[in-house]
Design a protein around this ligand. Structure first.
Ligand code: ZN
Length: 457
């Protein structure tokens, strides 16, 4: 499923320029169509896998991602101390069910892996309904949805089911079987590194520890994979490092294994929850003043999305931004976790997400990277009034027309380029997209009206 290389794209900015130049009249979102190609297929293939923070499901998931990008899988053994945490035993499950007195499965892991509380210990016993109820979880407000529950760090077992099915259980005895193992093993994570001309890095991180849910976890994995495919074919300044790791413990393991190289991380982005119908939401780094904040806020807001301040609640940005690391890692989602009712339930399924939403997220992250790679300050070489653009072929020859965005972009670049303000600053002040201003600057430089002073990285 390697991405077809877009004809003639040699750098990230070339790719963005090609996407912007595609006709939009008959195809409402051509860039999304090409960027989201095959993402639905990849996501559908990964959907049934029973993932958790360890075990065969994670290995299987990384193996599938590794068919699409060059992925190195790293392992750390059970029991290893990682900062304040310990790598847990490995959990694997073959089967789990609750059966009534006739042997009929009333809760069946094989129907949905969400039925089993993740990290449930093995059990094979018969019990009363009253005893069983202590271990059952439902969503009374959404009686047809199965909740998602975990018990990673406290030995326990449990089942999740539709509230409607719970109501149908009669006061009887039930056979409870969980054919799982909790044994010393390993925790694995995957890494894909795309070397740039610089050793300075952009970190992209997506968690890979959730079972069958489409938006929470699979959308991040597939968008990150697509980005790695596209960037793998392009020239870029930064080295891009994609980390696919189990939530919390996985990112902490990654941090512990890269502690001596963290100063190379110049920018970072956690990707998840990118497939629903909501607008994009960028969550700032803890300081809120990093380069990734300036780039992502501008691009996301320009695209109709929203930016929010940091909070120590959420996904792995909590680990990367922790005081002991202080990495400039923001987060991109659509509707944030906990703000949609399908979150952590069986309703976060394939019907909940769209390939268009995934493709839109890919396009947005590429635009953010374009800004990280190519932001620069310029000096206006003809600052005494407006230079005559028409005689240089840069202005529509018929007067009286409304200014187009590209004309406006040139006028803004000339008006603001005193060597102090960068393209991104001007984008923030004018609301014009970074890529249009970047192209305007290049056009003006070509006719000697501007000179690039320095690249702002
Ligand atoms: Zn989650």
């Amino acid at each position: 499923m390697r991405a077809p290389r877009m004809a003639g794209s040699s750098s990230l900015s070339d790719l963005i320029d090609e996407l912007d130049a595609l006709p939009t009249a008959d195809m409402p979102s051509p860039s999304r169509t090409s960027l989201s190609q095959d993402l639905g297929k990849l996501l559908t293939r990964l959907f049934p896998v029973c993932r958790s923070i360890t075990g065969d499901g994670v290995r299987q998931t990384l193996a599938v991602l590794g068919e699409n990008v060059e992925l190195k899988v790293h392992s750390i053994p059970t029991g290893q101390r990682v900062y304040d945490w310990t790598v847990p035993q490995e959990w694997n499950v073959r089967d789990a069910f609750v059966a009534d007195a006739t042997g009929r499965r009333v809760i069946d892991f094989r129907e949905s892996n969400l039925h089993l509380v993740s990290y449930s210990e093995p059990i094979n016993t018969v019990m009363s309904l009253a005893e069983l109820l202590q271990h059952l979880h439902t969503l009374p407000d959404h009686p047809d949805w199965i909740p998602y529950r975990t018990s990673y760090y406290r030995r326990n077992w449990g089942f999740c089911l539709r509230h409607r099915d719970l109501d149908a259980l009669t006061d009887n005895t039930y056979q409870v079987v969980i054919d799982s193992t909790l044994e010393d093993g390993e925790l694995v994570y995957g890494e894909c590194i795309l070397p740039g001309t610089s050793r300075e890095e952009v970190l992209v991180s997506a968690h890979c520890c959730h079972p069958s849910m489409a938006n929470d976890n699979l959308s991040g994995l597939t968008v990150a994979t697509r980005l790695a495919q596209l960037l793998g074919d392009l020239k870029h300044h930064y080295t891009y490092r994609f980390v696919f790791a189990p939530g919390t413990i996985g990112s902490l393991v990654w941090l512990s294994q890269h502690a001596d190289r963290l100063d190379r991380i110049r920018h970072g982005l956690v990707l998840t929850g990118l497939g629903d119908a909501g607008p994009l939401v960028y969550k700032r780094t803890r300081e809120g003043t990093a380069g990734i904040d300036a780039a992502a806020v501008q691009v996301v807001i320009q695209g109709g999305g929203e930016a929010r301040d940091y909070s120590p609640w959420g996904y792995d940005e909590r680990q990367y931004n922790a005081l002991g690391f202080g990495l400039p890692v923001g987060r991109l989602t659509r509707t944030p976790h906990g703000e949609y009712s399908e979150y952590h339930t069986s309703a976060d399924n394939l019907a909940f997400i769209s390939e268009d939403a995934l493709g839109g997220a890919v396009a947005t992250v590429l635009r953010i990277f374009d800004a990280l790679e190519n932001d620069a300050t310029y000096v206006n070489l003809s600052p005494h009034g407006e230079p005559q653009l028409g005689k240089r072929g840069l202005y529509p020859s018929t007067g009286g027309q409304r200014a187009t965005d590209s004309t406006l972009a040139m006028l803004w670049m000339l008006a603001e380029s005193d060597g102090g303000r960068s393209i991104l600053d001007i984008a923030g002040n004018t609301g014009l997209p970074f890529a249009i201003l970047r192209r305007a600057a290049a056009d003006l430089e070509r006719v000697d009206l501007m000179r690039k002073q320095r690249t702002t990285r």
